[in-house]
Ligand binder design. Structure first.
Ligand SMILES: NC(=O)c1ccc[n+]([C@@H]2O[C@H](COP(=O)([O-])OP(=O)(O)OC[C@H]3O[C@@H](n4cnc5c(N)ncnc54)[C@H](OP(=O)(O)O)[C@@H]3O)[C@@H](O)[C@H]2O)c1
Length: 227
């Protein structure tokens, strides 16, 4: 792959995947699974040192790289955004240049927590993914991996992460490619779930999954029937 475009028809198996905020649970979990599947992976961080040590801690044998976020964005073909909702817009705005021409996969769930549990936050743009699209006019934004449990991704005892990954976006080759990426995680399947304007309810549904997890002591995911 060139370092400029994850072109339509690109083979998901050869993509270099960068992960902004890859030092967190979700980023490390996705990094681990994609590296195990054979993709080159680069963890990004606000600190190159933190990125390097997170990559090393996942296992030297996986060959995961660690860089500052702008370098990870520049070096990757496809870039996953795995930072907290706070700081999402500011970080992406600052990376508009290195992310131009790339597929940016947003898995961010704007959520609050209080005594009654998790609840979705209102987002002026409609969703985190739509905010990403607004601040990254040169990138193709896809929403995916919102419901994948970091605990399962990181657990070496979990061989198969059984769930469907809802993939949303306005660019068909890009959503096809991200569906193919999702399928590289054993047990997971990528299912197209609509245009980016429908990402808000997918992000918000995570609050329901958090409630399910609390009640049933589970790491719940979704399965779509009849497709
Ligand atoms: N955890 C899950 O199971 C899960 C599942 C699905 C989706 N998600 C979504 O994935 C995202 C990451 O989740 P997480 O649990 O991994 O979060 P996290 O550990 O709280 O944060 C991930 C990383 O983001 C960076 N970060 C923190 N604040 C930042 C800011 N203001 N600006 C830029 N970078 C910042 C930090 O890395 P550095 O300090 O190294 O820069 C941190 O290690 C969230 O939006 C969440 O909704 C999580």
């Amino acid at each position: 792959m060139s370092d400029q475009h994850a072109a339509p028809g690109a083979d998901a198996a050869t993509l270099t995947i960068g992960i902004l905020g890859g030092t967190g649970d979700q980023g490390r979990g996705l990094a681990r699974r994609f590296a195990l599947a054979g993709n080159p992976v680069i963890i990004g961080s606000r600190s190159a040192e933190r990125a390097a040590s997170a990559a090393q801690a996942l296992g030297a044998d996986l060959g995961i790289g660690g860089m500052a976020n702008p370098d990870a964005a520049a070096a990757a073909d496809v870039v996953i955004v795995a930072v907290p909702w706070d700081g999402h817009g500011d970080l992406l705005k600052s990376l508009a240049a290195p992310l131009a021409g790339k597929i940016v996969v947003d898995c961010v769930n704007p959520m609050g927590f209080d005594q009654r549990g998790a609840y979705p936050l209102a987002v002026p743009e409609g969703s985190a993914a739509q905010q990403a699209a607004a601040v990254l006019p040169g990138s193709v934004v896809v929403g995916a991996f919102h419901h994948v449990s970091a605990v399962l991704l990181l657990d070496p005892e979990v061989a198969s992460v059984d769930l469907d990954v809802l993939v949303l976006g306005d660019d068909r080759p890009a959503t096809d490619l991200v569906q193919a990426l999702a399928a590289r995680i054993p047990g997971a399947r990528g299912v197209y779930a609509g245009r980016l304007r429908n990402c808000g309810q997918v992000e918000a549904l995570t609050a329901n999954l958090v409630s399910i997890n609390r009640r049933y002591k589970a790491h719940a995911g979704l399965r779509v029937t009849d497709v």
